[in-house]
Design a protein around this ligand. Sequence first.
Ligand code: MG
Ligand code: MG
Length: 257
Amino acid sequence: MRVMARAGSIVADALAAASAATVVGATTADVDAAARRVIEGAGAESNFLGYYGFPAVSCVSVNDEVVHGIPGPRVIEDGDIVSIDCGAIVDGWHGDAAVTVIAGAPRGGQDTHLVEQTRVALWAGIAALATADRLDEVAGAIEDVAGAAQLHPLLGYVGHGIGTAMHQAPEVLNYRTRGRQPKVKAGMCLAIEPMFVVGTGESTVLEDDWTVVSADGSRAAHWEHSIAIHDDGIWVLTAHDGGAAELAAYRVSPVAP
Ligand code: MG
Ligand code: MG
């Protein structure tokens, strides 16, 4: 777990740098380059670069792009909603996290609401994980935030187990389904990642075979953390404080790895 916390810290630093680089006039490739400098500077490997041929260390998804956007020459405009998803490997152990930022001035309160409530859903899901018997409780907590906020989880895209590979079983859903989800057990590490859209939860994939856009063109946000489950609690691997500051509101105290 300590090595995964190291990988997670590097991801946190990479996302901080990429967020700072998300300014009006920069390209999405500039955002990726900022993340890449941190990952390489820390002596870590990227788990995104080369993943099924993916050409960058991060996914940068703008406005109606929900996830898996490919960084490139696209210039970031005032008020763009930019989701950045990034990961790192240290000694074979993976970290994975995502943030969404608004470049320049928000175009309206709806955009701020979308980004903030998706972030709230992430922490509600993490807090639920701390006491959950099954992953249904995480999914329910995330879906409840979406419902209260009148936003919609992206259908068919989920969080996942993480460890010696970026994507492992089990799936971590962002909404309730029929049938019980797996039990939460000590020793699991999970990536929880709510993806919310303003419109319906339907999506399509662009011709680049990567970029997932909302089917109705409505705007989207994506937040993610990787979390370790111990016998006596959880630790958010991709937050430097293990999630202590954000989880205090839920009366959850992280347990160090
Ligand atoms: Mg991710
Ligand atoms: Mg993930």
